[in-house]
Design a protein around this ligand. Structure first.
Ligand code: PBG
Length: 338
């Protein structure tokens, strides 16, 4: 029987008509539950030594490694676009087995933070606190004889790194190494050195994700052997993610970060319900690259897809989103995304 043979008397008129509020753009705007604002966006920035340098990253269209002077120009552009902040990742000139470049006073991130402080922009300055970009083996801390990261040494180095970043002007340090006790170690280190006001954004629930691929090209931080499954979380575990977060709260985290973003929306939603502190999400390199690649092929609409992805991340519970699309999103939001 075709639908047209169905008598009107059998099919009742709908009792609820949700389409009423979808009829016009103004009606839709009126009842929109989630609004993205540029101020809740954070742009990741890769900094390397040199002057006047912008080296494009092939797997991340529109993203480059910048020299410190170019970071300042980029930050000025972000501030003009009303973007909320930036997070710095450093590419040191030299690497060693323990990652010394992460905490030296004239390190690449420290130098850049000092310049950004001087520029006095209306941007939150976040420093990624990890060692994998600074170790010659690419793991997130010093290794034992079997190639495993020595947790309790790594957290001392992370505390030292955080202090050097706070001293150089970071508003927030963001430990991403997934070492046990890293938040407590960093809090104690910061407090002992007079940086009680520096916040900790804990990469609390960070999985060993395949979506970090392009980042490792960008930050030259791919592990020389093995992988990070010995310290990053198994993406299959949601309850463990809650436990990671509860521990980081207890250790003194000021905000929590969930990463990657779209693959972790359930974790994000649950974290928002459970913890009354700010929660951010990191839309990682692979998530960004997927959208950019499909858009380049003409398979999806770049602008609409980026807006939809970030809106979904906020809808799930993120107060702020770290995304490589931050500047574009801010510009699009300014034009209106109705
Ligand atoms: C450092 C770090 C990584 C990312 C952020 N901080 C790489 C990793 O854990 O391997 C990934 C970010 C991205 O993919 O955009 N530990």
């Amino acid at each position: 029987m075709s639908i047209h043979d169905m008598p009107r008397s059998i099919v009742p008129d709908p009792a609820h008509r949700l389409r009423r509020f979808r009829r016009t753009a103004s009606l839709r705007e009126l009842v929109r539950e989630t609004r993205l604002h540029p101020r809740q966006l954070v742009a990741p920035i890769f900094v390397q030594s040199g002057r006047r340098q912008r080296a494009p990253i092939s797997s991340m269209p529109g993203v480059s490694r910048l020299s410190p002077d170019e970071v300042v120009s980029e930050a000025q552009r972000l501030a003009q676009l009303d973007v909320g902040g930036l997070i710095l990742f450093g590419l040191p000139a030299d690497k060693d087995a323990i990652g010394t470049g992460a905490w030296i006073e004239d390190g690449i991130v420290q130098e850049t933070l000092l310049r950004l402080r001087e520029a006095d922009l209306d941007l939150v300055l976040i420093a990624d606190t990890c060692l994998c970009e600074y170790t010659d083996h690419g793991h997130c801390g010093p290794l034992d004889g079997h190639g495993a990261v020595i947790n309790d040494e790594a957290i001392r180095s992370l505390a030292q790194t955080a202090v050097s970043q706070a001293r150089a002007g970071a508003d927030i340090v963001a430990p991403s190494a997934m070492m046990d006790g890293q938040v407590a170690a960093i809090r104690a280190g910061l407090d002992a050195k007079g940086f009680a006001d520096t916040s900790i954004l804990a990469y609390a629930a960070k999985t060993a994700s395949a979506f970090y691929g392009p980042f490792r090209e960008a930050a030259d931080s791919a592990p020389a052997f093995g992988d990070r499954r010995g310290y990053q979380m198994d993406p299959a575990n949601r309850r463990e993610a809650m436990r990671e977060m509860a521990i980081d709260v207890e250790e003194g985290a000021d905000a929590l970060l969930v990463k990657p973003a779209l693959p972790s929306l359930d974790i994000l939603a649950r974290a928002h319900d459970r913890f009354d502190l700010p929660i951010g999400a990191y839309q990682v390199s692979g998530e960004y690259a997927q959208i950019e690649a499909a858009a380049q092929l003409g398979w999806i609409d770049r602008r609409r897809t980026h807006l939809e992805a970030s809106t979904a991340i906020v809808r799930a519970g993120a107060s702020f989103v770290i995304t490589y699309a931050a500047a574009n999103l801010a510009a699009w939001l300014r034009e209106g995304n109705g």
